[in-house]
Design a protein around this ligand. Structure first.
Ligand code: ATP
Ligand code: SF4
Ligand code: MG
Length: 399
């Protein structure tokens, strides 16, 4: 995509502020007694988030992208403690949110905030701005007599005036309401903010203002963001790193520049190719995704993306690829690890080492037959280097 934006420098710290380990959040949909009695129907389980491991470093923005229903909001809400995980763990500053030794919920509510997609429904229509922000200030322990000064300060910081303090949400425009949502999130003095599609209900010009505001606030307060969006251009502009979600799982994550310049997963490639462009050559290279997103109630076996993947092979229907680090420790890609299935005894080294060999074009004498086959296939079908990298990565079956 055209490089019209200047990226923020990635922060230098290495210890994650937020980390999830094999995080799962499933919802059970209970069938009615009648359906159970007459049709033998069973309760169904929605696997909204199904094994996500991510890390977010202090001061950085991790963009979270993916199609509608892939589990972005559920992941965001589980990370800030609004949902209890079905399995796995969320850690904030190294402390678990749930179970033994977990951090107190009141401390979490102060340090981790969420900005919602729809600023109107997320603000109580019967409360004035003073009351809305006052609740958050009280959570931080601000004395009642100090709250007005604090509220006015916050309103000014997000571009509103002191005269707005006694108005109700319906007396504001969409952009102003989102600014109130931002002010409310800031009121607890948080370190971490989940911004869940904060721009999607706003006009383009207002979107730009909110993006700038969020970036300024990040710099000023050292905030860490999980920025959820289905707009890949916004994710590019906002994020230091981007994670791509599909059907409850992260399929690829990388530094923003790396991901946009060299997407490795076919799903990421398809998403990026669908970004609207005035460039005719870009439009011609668009990858059309086959079919629709399968339901998270009964996700496909093997690689969840296989029903829609143009590179799928029989193994993809049986075996899900693992994420392995590729190129740099920040980029991950998918690789099957079961060498024996292919009768491949010659793949040496870790999945990462072998994949990096291939990704960096250093295919040498140590390359196994599978690699060579993939490369031959690449030559035969004239697919580009990126595709070949993915084929190798997914189907090498590295030990
Ligand atoms: N409380 C709930 N009960 C049952 N199913 C739910 C619940 N919340 C979400 N889901 C289901 O979980 C899946 C993921 O939903 P989620 O809202 O996290 O997706 P999303 O990626 O945020 O989508 P969008 O881009 O449309 O906001 C969907 O199939 C959704 O229907
Ligand atoms: S090539 Fe196979 S493993 Fe890789 S994304 Fe496609 S279906 Fe999944
Ligand atoms: Mg959502």
């Amino acid at each position: 995509m055209p490089r019209t934006t200047i990226h923020q420098e990635a922060p230098a710290h290495n210890r994650p502020l937020v980390a999830t380990e094999n995080l799962k959040k499933h919802f059970t949909i209970e069938e009615s007694l009648l359906a159970r009695y007459l049709a033998g129907a069973k309760n169904r389980v929605v696997r909204a988030v199904d094994g996500v491991s991510i890390q977010i470093l202090p001061g950085e923005t991790l963009g979270l992208v993916g199609e509608s229903g892939c589990g972005k909001s559920t992941l965001g809400r589980t990370i800030v403690g609004l949902y209890e995980p079905t399995e796995g763990d969320v850690r904030f500053q190294g402390k678990p949110l749930w179970g033994q030794g977990s951090m107190p919920k009141s401390a979490l509510r102060r340090q981790a905030q969420i900005i919602f997609q729809n600023p109107y429904s997320s603000l109580n229509p019967r409360h004035t701005v003073r009351q809305i922000i006052g609740v958050a200030l009280a959570a931080r322990g601000v004395r009642p007599e100090d709250r007005e000064v604090e509220t006015v300060g916050l309103l000014r910081r997000v571009g509103l005036g002191s005269d707005h303090i006694d108005r109700y949400p319906h007396q504001f425009s969409g952009g102003q309401r989102q600014r109130i949502g931002v002010a409310r999130a800031l009121a607890t003095n948080p370190e971490f903010v989940v911004a869940d599609e904060p721009l999607s209900s706003l006009d383009v010009s207002v979107q730009a203002q909110i993006i700038n505001l969020l970036q300024e606030l990040q710099e000023e307060y050292g905030l860490t963001y999980l920025f959820i969006t289905h707009d890949l251009r916004v994710a590019y502009h906002m994020s230091h790193r981007v994670a791509v979600m599909y059907l409850g799982q992260v399929v690829e994550s990388a530094d923003t520049d790396m991901l946009y310049e060299n997407p490795l997963h076919p799903y990421t490639q398809a998403l990026l190719s669908a970004i609207p462009s005035v460039d005719a050559s870009h439009r011609a290279n668009r990858i059309l995704l086959e079919g629709t997103v399968p339901t998270p109630i009964d996700p496909p076996a093997g690689c969840r993306f296989h029903p829609r993947c143009r590179h799928r092979m029989p193994i993809c229907e049986q075996e899900a690829p693992n994420l392995v680090p590729v190129q740099t420790r920040m980029q991950t890609g998918a690789a099957h690890r079961s060498a024996k299935r292919m009768g491949d005894e010659s793949a040496n080294g870790s999945a990462t080492e072998v994949v990096n060999e291939v990704v960096n074009g250093r295919i040498n004498n140590g390359a196994n037959d599978m690699m060579k086959n993939v490369v031959r296939r690449k030559e035969r079908t004239n697919i580009n280097r990126m595709d070949a990298q993915h084929l190798v990565r997914c189907h090498l079956h590295i030990r």
